[in-house]
Design a protein around this ligand. Structure first.
Ligand SMILES: [Zn+2]
Length: 357
C-alpha cells in the first residue's frame, strides 16, 4: 500500500530537486527540526527522487517510484529506533526482519506511525546491518539510499566502536552510488562526530494550509478518527503547532501521561516541596526520549485543561492553560538543544505554577 504524499516543505523540495537531477546532492544529509514535522517522510521523498528512473523525479509512475512509495524498494533502506534486540549479538538477518515487519505495518497504515517510545533506540546490531547494506551493489536502481530516523537515538554501547566507526566512515566517504539521509529532532544531542560529517538542512514547521491538506488526506482522516483528539480543525492545528506527527502520537505512553498529570497537579497546588521532588525525579529519569514523551503528554493534558476552561467559561483556567502550553513548547525547544532535563523541569515547574496556580 502506498504511503501518503509529502505535504508541505515546498521550499526545501525546490532547493534540493535541481541537485538531485544534476546528481550533485550531497551524499550525507542531516534533516533536523522539530519532532513530528515530517523529516522522515521528507527523507523518503528525497530517496524516491534519487531512485526515480524518469527525467523529472519523483514521477510517481516508474517502477522505482512505485516500490519506494510502497516502502518495498530493495535499494531503499529505512532504519529507526526499535526495542533493544534480545541477544547481545544479533544477526543482521534478525534486524532486517524486524525492520521489514515494522515497515510493512507502517505501509499498511499509509506510512502513518506514532513516535517510537523513549526507550527504543538504534542499537549496534542495526548499525552493523546498515553498514553491511551500504557495502552491497544496488539490486534494482542505479543508486541506493539509506534513511536513518532519529539518529540521535543511536545508542553508544560498549564494544560498538567498530560499528560506530564504520558508520562514520560511511557518512564521510559514501560509495559513489550511495546516499545517507539522517534525521533528528534533537540536533544538540547528536554526536559531534556525526554532525561534522553531514550537510545540515533545517526542516521547519508546516504552515496552516499544508496542515489542512495533511488533515484532509483520506488516510489521515481515517487514522485520526480512531485517535483520542479534539474534533475541531482549529483545536487540532493548535495542538499540532505545524507538526502533523504530533496528531498521530496522541497515544503517548501511559506513564508519560501520569507524569504529566503529576506535573500539573503540583503546579496548580503550588506545593513547593512536591515541585522540587518532581523536578529532581524527572531530571534523573535518564532516557531523553522518555522526557520528550512527558513534554508531549503535558501539551495534551494542558490542551484538555484549556478545553474544560472554555466549556465552563472560566477564562482564568483557559488562558492559564494556553500560556502553559507556550511554556511547554519552550521547554521542548530547550530539550532539543540538549539542556539538562533537571534544569528544564525545575524551570518549567516554577513557570507552570505561576500561570496555573
Ligand atoms: Zn519515478
Amino acid at each position: 500500500m502506498a504511503i501518503i504524499p509529502l505535504y508541505g516543505h515546498e521550499v526545501i523540495r525546490e532547493r534540493l530537486l535541481p541537485r538531485i537531477v544534476a546528481g550533485t546532492l550531497p551524499q550525507s544529509l542531516l534533516l533536523h527540526g522539530p519532532a513530528g514535522v515530517g523529516k522522515q517522510r521528507l527523507a523518503l521523498w528525497i530517496a524516491q527522487s534519487l531512485l526515480c528512473a524518469s527525467d523529472a523525479p519523483p514521477c510517481g509512475k516508474c517502477r522505482e517510484c512505485r516500490y519506494a512509495q510502497d516502502l518495498t524498494h530493495p535499494d531503499l533502506t529505512w532504519i529507526f529506533p526499535r526495542p533493544r534486540p534480545k541477544g547481545s549479538d544479533s544477526d543482521p538477518e534478525d534486524i532486517a526482519e524486524d525492520l521489514q515487519d515494522e515497515i510493512a505495518k507502517r505501509a499498511g497504515r499509509h506510512g502513518l506511525y506514532a513516535v517510537p517510545a523513549g526507550t527504543e533506540g538504534i542499537y549496534v546490531a542495526t548499525v552493523r546491518f546498515l553498514v553491511r547494506q551500504a557495502s552491497r551493489t544496488p539490486a534494482l536502481a542505479r543508486r541506493k539510499v539509506f534513511v536513518v530516523g532519529d539518529t540521535d537515538r543511536m545508542a553508544q554501547q560498549e564494544g560498538a566502536e567498530v560499528a560506530a566507526n564504520a558508520f562514520l566512515k560511511l557518512l564521510e566517504e559514501p560509495p559513489a552510488d550511495t546516499w545517507v539521509i539522517a534525521t533528528t529532532s534533537a540536533v544538540g544531542s547528536l554526536l559531534p562526530t556525526i554532525r561534522s560529517r553531514v550537510v545540515s538542512v533545517r526542516v521547519p514547521r508546516l504552515d496552516d494550509s499544508a496542515m489542512q491538506a495533511f488533515m484532509a488526506d483520506p488516510a489521515v482522516v481515517e487514522a485520526l478518527g480512531k485517535a483520542d483528539l479534539p474534533a475541531g480543525e482549529r483545536e487540532r492545528l493548535l495542538l499540532a503547532q505545524g507538526a502533523p506527527g504530533v496528531l498521530l502520537s496522541s497515544t503517548v505512553r501511559k506513564s508519560a501521561v501520569d507524569d504529566a498529570r503529576r506535573f500539573i497537579d503540583a503546579a496548580t497546588s503550588g506545593n513547593r516541596a512536591e515541585l522540587l521532588k518532581l523536578a529532581f525525579v524527572q531530571g534523573h529519569s535518564g532516557a531523553r526520549g522518555a522526557f520528550s514523551d512527558i513534554l508531549d503528554a503535558l501539551t495534551l493534558a494542558l490542551y484538555d485543561r484549556m478545553k474544560v476552561g472554555t466549556q465552563r467559561a472560566d477564562a482564568a483556567v483557559s488562558s492559564g492553560a494556553s500560556r502553559a502550553i507556550d511554556l511547554v513548547e519552550e521547554a521542548k525547544r530547550l530539550a532539543d538543544a540538549n539542556v539538562s532535563p533537571l534544569l528544564i523541569s525545575a524551570r518549567l515547574l516554577t513557570d507552570l505554577s505561576r500561570v496555573l496556580h
